[in-house]
Design a protein around this ligand. Structure first.
Ligand SMILES: *Cc1c(COP(=O)(O)O)cnc(C)c1O
Length: 456
């Protein structure tokens, strides 16, 4: 009897964001782009490991689906506000992520001077629609504020989001619409909702402001990777209560910006879906606005992780095995990359990942293993929270590869060079064509990053 290996490895399932993945009869991992098939085993044999493979078509599909959900529920529920998606650039600033999203209609959210500078270069070269809307979050240094003011004067649809009272004062002469960020009095189930938050104005501060004539957007951002729909809706409800109060004395206010936080089903268990949440968001805003007798606000979301995490996989080769005499796993598998460097959240926040073999995914004799990175650091490991990962037993005559799913969000900008290991090479897989976005780093290239240029 042949087992259903696709199901076994949780591939081909929409709720798991693995709908594009499949496994061949001989146990190789595949990615389907329409009727085109990328064989990940062939790719890693050809381009080497460690390897990251990016699928821009996944980004585009996820964004267009999300927009379709919002627009469908807006229509069905006769909601009068509009929906805008802003891509929070910090989630992945690689050009290969940003450009497909912009071309799919994303507006932008930036959090630093340097991110804004990149958007400015696109805008000045007329590479983006002049109507592209840009939200500016993050603490505003003088140079950041200066660039915002300059771009506004040049006609960009740019909106500074005020973080605190000092910024508010600095922006009092600003000619253009602004947003205010509120630090909501709610508790959400996410690692990042800290008891004492340094972002935004408190509810009291914001409610006690006099009328602000150019106040257009009420923004909040609770934290990333919320683990329940309840947290998303409870914070929206609290924000809408504040919005209703503010709308009474600020006629210019017409938009609620929910920030980020929509989670990814990393562990492939039961999880909320975008279809349900978008429906409930529109429903809640409509009910509350109607009851308060105010106009339905426009809706902005900045769900970054949700859109980009599933658009990349990271692949390692197992280069050694060591027995574990006593533990939940029976052996260490040492990989040719590093969790601390390439998937830093493994170390920083004990992130769990969905892991599957790239080849031999159809073998019945699996082993319970822990994975270790190639740096010299004992924290450079992945143990699935102390449990184990199931992977094929190693064979003398064949390399074994392993894939980490959903690695598209946050890992790249956090990546590092501990022990001067090379970063994974990065491939772009789109329209049946492979492009190399980042070459494999040579010792010379890595040395240069640390000042060892030109014959030292
Ligand atoms: C980080 C961030 C986001 C994106 O959060 P996700 O959890 O990736 O959706 C959105 N908005 C702001 C202001 C952020 O700081």
């Amino acid at each position: 009897m042949s087992k259903n290996w696709k199901k076994y490895w949780k591939l081909g399932v929409e709720e798991f964001n693995t709908e594009y993945f499949d496994v061949t009869k001989n146990g190789e991992l595949l990615v389907n782009e329409g009727n085109y098939v990328f064989n990940l085993h062939s790719l890693v044999k050809k381009y080497g490991s460690p390897l990251e493979v990016v699928f821009p078509f996944v980004l585009e599909k996820r964004l267009s689906d999300l927009r379709d959900y919002f627009n469908a529920f807006i229509k069905i529920q006769n909601y009068k506000g509009k929906f805008f998606y802003h891509y929070p650039m910090k989630v992945n600033q690689n050009k290969e992520f940003v450009m497909p999203l912009i071309s799919e209609g994303a507006h932008m959210e930036v959090g630093s001077l340097n991110e804004l500078w990149l958007v400015k270069t696109l805008w000045e070269k007329e590479k983006v629609n002049s109507k592209l809307r840009v939200l500016c979050n993050g603490p505003k240094s003088d140079s950041y504020l200066k660039l915002i003011t300059e771009l506004k004067a040049k006609g960009m649809a740019i909106f500074p989001i005020v973080e605190d009272e000092a910024e508010f004062k600095k922006l009092h002469k600003y000619k253009g619409d602004i947003g205010l960020r509120v630090d909501l009095n709610v508790k959400a189930d996410t690692h990042w909702d800290k008891k004492i938050d340094r972002f935004g104005l408190s509810e009291d501060q914001i409610l006690n402001l006099p009328t602000v004539k150019n106040f257009k957007i009420l923004h909040y951002h609770i934290g990333s990777q919320m683990t329940s729909q309840k947290s998303i809706l409870l914070s929206l409800k609290r924000a809408m209560e504040v919005y209703i109060e503010l709308a009474k004395k600020n006629p210019s206010l017409d938009t609620i910006d929910m920030g980020g936080g929509f989670g990814i089903n990393y562990e492939k268990k039961k999880f909320y879906t975008a279809k349900t949440v978008t429906k409930n968001v529109v429903n809640l805003l409509k009910k509350m606005a109607d009851k308060a007798g105010i106009k339905h606000p426009n809706i902005i979301v900045e769900w970054g992780r949700y859109i980009v995490a599933p658009a990349q996989v990271t692949i390692y080769k197992i280069i050694a095995e060591k027995p574990i005499p006593k533990g939940n796993a029976n052996a260490w598998y040492i990989v040719d990359g590093s969790f601390m460097n390439d998937l830093l959240d493994t170390w920083a926040i004990k992130q769990k990942w969905h892991v599957a073999p790239v080849n031999n995914a159809n073998k019945r004799d699996f082993k319970r293993v822990w994975l270790a990175g190639s740096s010299c650091d004992s924290d450079d490991k992945y143990t699935e929270g102390g449990a184990y990962v199931l992977l094929p037993k190693l064979k003398e005559d064949e390399d074994q590869y392993v894939a980490f799913f959903d690695s598209g969000a946050y890992q790249d900008a956090l990546a590092s060079h501990h022990c001067l290991l090379s970063s994974p090479a990065k491939l772009i897989a789109q329209d049946g064509i492979i492009k190399i976005a980042r070459k494999r780093e040579t010792p010379e290239m890595v040395g240069k990053l640390f000042g060892w240029g030109n014959g030292h």
